[in-house]
Write a protein that binds this ligand. Structure first.
Ligand code: SF4
Length: 352
């Protein structure tokens, strides 16, 4: 059954801090928060539009939901709670801050039928969190995740590589600490400079340099591989493209790309390709036949065929032939060279 999310944006509702990178009005394209009446109408309209049965979730994004007064949380949740009790939707998810999770809050969410809580974490390095004016530290993340994991709620963490003060070492620390927390899933949104944010001020004064697109691709690919190897789903990489974000003047700088997730997957395929060639197997440089699943075609080739052209050039390979075959599993490559077949998938990449 197809999965569908009814997104409800509550830009900056409940936020006690202005995190330096954040401008939810620009990210969500919605200037004002919704009312409970609007939530009810949105859910009813979307449900009425479905022609087939679907697995539906209502999701509250863009603010600090559990920082709102309890009465207001309950008012906004009520239409979703009712729809879930009536069997029209199967889940309710919301995003919030790690320091706005405690036992009474969690109990209230459970009573209202909430199923998933996403925590905006961004980094697990206290220096980076302080520079981003997050207003919480790593300890509050650990406490919130520990509490959520004792319940039936699923817990997701959102990370933002490339914030001021973060280097590779800091990112490695973040990933190792996140793996230890073992969330149910993560999202990765590399930091971009959005107009109207304090980060834009830093950038314009020359005090902050965002990651380039290739740097953000490599860091996000590392994170994605590290999480997936531990069985932690990575459900989103890169900001969702929108008319608002694509409007000139919204994103001032940084690694925003409408198909960022695809770039990251293509880089992971490049690591597989290069990893195989570097084993120096006989015949590899004369002719390399690479079979892949048909749906991985663009990821194997890379943006503008960069993966294949780059591989050929870097390793001096005379001929590369690509062949799509439905029998090859997704995210797997079947190499043939020197009369032998070799299989490689992304879990076999030795170094990232
Ligand atoms: S990152 Fe989250 S807590 Fe910070 S301002 Fe944006 S919505 Fe509010």
């Amino acid at each position: 059954m197809k999965h569908y999310i009814i997104p409800i944006f509550i830009p900056h509702l409940g936020c006690r801090h202005q995190c330096i990178f954040c401008n939810q009005q620009s990210i969500t394209g919605r200037p004002t928060p919704v009312t409970a009446r609007q939530v009810r109408t949105m859910i009813a309209d979307r449900l009425a539009a479905f022609k087939q049965k679907r697995q539906v979730e209502v999701a509250f994004y863009g603010g600090s939901f559990t920082a709102l007064p309890e009465a207001m949380q309950n008012e906004l949740l009520a239409p979703a709670t009712e729809a879930r009790l009536q069997g029209h939707i199967q889940g309710i998810r919301l995003s919030t801050r790690p320091d706005c999770i405690n036992e009474p809050i969690v109990n209230n969410l459970l009573e209202r039928g909430v199923t998933v809580v996403e925590l905006g974490v961004q980094s697990l390095d206290d220096t980076v969190l302080a520079a981003a004016a997050r207003g919480h530290d790593c300890k509050s993340v650990a406490q919130a995740v520990t509490l959520l994991k004792k319940t039936s709620l699923r817990c997701g963490l959102q990370f933002m590589p490339g914030l001021p003060g973060e280097d590779w070492l800091s990112l490695l620390k973040t990933v190792q600490r996140a793996l230890a927390l073992s969330p149910d899933f993560v999202r990765i949104y590399p930091a971009v400079v959005i107009q109207g944010t304090p980060l834009a001020g830093l950038y314009q004064r020359g005090a902050y340099q965002p990651l380039s697109l290739p740097q953000a691709t490599v860091r996000s690919a590392y994170m994605k591989l590290a999480f997936e190897r531990r069985g932690i789903a990575v459900i989103r990489v890169g900001l969702q493209a929108s008319a608002e974000l694509d409007r000139e003047g919204t994103v001032l700088a940084g690694p925003y790309h409408p198909a960022f997730g695809e770039l990251v997957d293509a880089h992971i395929f490049y690591l597989m390709l290069a990893g195989f060639v570097e084993q120096g197997i006989a015949g590899c440089q004369e002719h390399l036949l690479i079979r892949h699943h048909p749906q991985d075609c663009s990821k194997v080739r890379g943006h503008y065929n960069n993966n294949i052209a780059g591989l050929q050039q870097a390793y001096n390979i005379a001929k590369i032939t690509l062949q799509a075959e439905a029998l090859v599993p997704r995210a797997t490559l079947l190499f043939t060279c020197g009369g032998q077949d070799y299989l490689l998938n992304k879990n076999m990449i030795n170094s990232i």
